[in-house]
Design a protein around this ligand. Structure first.
Ligand SMILES: [Mg+2]
Length: 169
């Protein structure tokens, strides 16, 4: 089960704070796009996300995009933000995470993956041996293929929250 648990979780990516990253020892973020920075296939990020990305960069946090979506979706989005990216990332395979951390010039432990899906974003980060931050999706996908995934995620989140509850007690 531990392979499916994130290091920590927040409601939205813009809830990730500098003190939080400081406590994790993290200097760079590998960001998922769909449902992490905007809704699925939406061409521009949420306004609050834009402000947050600026704050992170101003504080010296390195950023890179890693998405399983196709280059025609990822490249224009990345260009708008002026960020480096990898499309067709094949998450949860760990290769993309390793390349992304290397591209930022950071050790895996100094890099955290941010994403909305346990079976791709979080599992991949754990397989790569890096911390991860789970966010709630902007919008539940209308696609049938996502239904089983989101259902199983709920079960895992339930045991993750129980574990966190025990740690706090
Ligand atoms: Mg996503």
């Amino acid at each position: 089960m531990a392979l499916f648990f994130p290091t920590t979780s927040v409601p939205k990516a813009y809830d990730i704070t500098l003190p939080m990253l400081g406590a994790m020892g993290v200097q760079g973020l590998i960001l998922d796009i769909d449902n992490t920075l905007t809704t699925h296939d939406h061409p521009t990020p949420d306004e609050r996300i834009l402000t947050w990305l600026d704050q992170m960069q101003a504080a010296g946090i390195r950023l890179i995009l890693l998405s399983n979506n196709r280059p025609s979706r990822v490249e224009p989005f990345a260009k708008k933000l002026g960020l480096a990216f990898e499309a067709d990332g094949k998450k949860p395979l760990p290769g993309g995470y390793r390349r992304a951390a290397a591209a930022m010039g950071l050790d895996l432990r100094r890099t955290a993956a941010v994403g909305d899906q346990i079976f791709t974003d979080i599992l991949g980060a754990n397989l790569a041996g890096m911390p991860s931050i789970l966010v709630e999706p902007f919008q539940i996908e209308p696609f049938f293929r996502f239904r089983l995934k989101r259902f199983l995620e709920k079960k895992i989140l339930c045991s993750y929250r129980k574990k966190k509850g025990r740690e706090k007690a």
